[in-house]
Design a protein around this ligand. Structure first.
Ligand SMILES: [Zn+2]
Ligand SMILES: [Zn+2]
Length: 280
């Protein structure tokens, strides 16, 4: 079986390390990866920078700028050439879904369809019950600040998150490159900090409906290792129960370390691959 790293970042994240992309690829080679997808955070829609109600720093540390996109592409092309024949490197992006910016996001994907080989589509922002859009994974205090009423009723927080994920799927319409839905249970990132409960039946039904819709749309699952290393999470995204459902549903899953530094590449690959193998 091919060993694939499907979700990785670079210095263009602005919140990772400054290590050169070459160091990531060298590490991936050391770990025996055959495929490597570079999926840096895409620029956010212009209108979102203008509309966002919060410190600008929350956005500048969440995405590359529009001006950096060409630099990023050149950098990925450079390593593709340098490592040709050794490892199969693909040019990708992690693209944010933002509620209310569906058109811009779809257009962005379409405009870049000529060079994008794979995309991770992720929800990092959602609207609260006042309609204010805020980040769900910036830090625990920010989550509590933007979603005060939802935090009192965690099932509402979960429902709001999965509503947003469900709405995100349609931005992929008519695009031919492979798209994976990013870290499907990211809303649980601070689960131990807030002592979040498991999903209730209604939320579980939402998850099932999302998996069904993903299958109908030909989307795949980002089987993401980042949660293991987060102090308040300690699991994969999505969690193993949902992974089992996704497999049952016939959805492809692709491992992603979501590395923002070289040392995070390939983490937990073996236990995640073993779990997948145990399902077949
Ligand atoms: Zn992400
Ligand atoms: Zn990521």
């Amino acid at each position: 079986m091919l060993k694939k790293e499907g979700h990785s970042h670079t210095k263009f994240s602005h919140h990772g390390s400054q290590e050169p992309l070459d160091a990531y690829i060298d590490r991936a080679l050391e770990l025996g990866f055959d495929d490597y997808v570079v999926t840096e955070h895409a620029p956010l829609p212009d209108r979102f920078y203008a509309d966002f109600q919060g410190p600008a720093e929350m956005l500048t540390t969440s995405a590359m700028t529009k001006d950096e996109l060409n630099q990023y592409r050149a950098e990925v092309d450079r390593v593709k050439n340098k490592y040709a024949g050794k490892i199969h490197i693909k040019a990708g992006l992690e693209v944010d879904y933002l509620p209310g910016y569906d058109r811009e996001i779809h257009d962005f994907l379409k405009e870049n369809a000529d060079w994008l080989e794979e995309v991770v589509l992720s929800v990092h922002f959602m609207a609260n019950d006042q309609g204010v859009v805020g980040p769900i994974d910036y830090d625990e205090q920010t989550l509590a600040d933007y979603f005060p009423t939802e935090m009192k009723q965690p099932q509402r927080l979960f429902a709001r998150y999965f509503d947003t994920v469900a709405a995100s799927l349609a931005v992929t319409d008519g695009l031919a490159f492979p798209i994976r839905v990013g870290h499907l249970t990211l809303i649980r990132k601070y689960q131990h900090y807030f002592d979040l409960p498991g999903f209730d039946d209604s939320v579980k039904q939402q998850v099932q409906a999302i998996l069904t819709d993903m299958q109908a749309r030909g989307l795949a699952v980002d089987f993401n290792a980042a949660g293991y290393s987060k102090p308040y999470n300690g699991q994969s995204y999505p969690t193993f129960d949902i992974v089992a459902q996704a497999v049952q549903q016939g959805l492809p899953l692709v491992y992603g370390s979501d590395a923002h530094r070289v040392s995070e590449l390939g983490l937990h690959y073996d236990e995640m691959a073993d779990f997948l193998a145990s399902l077949s």
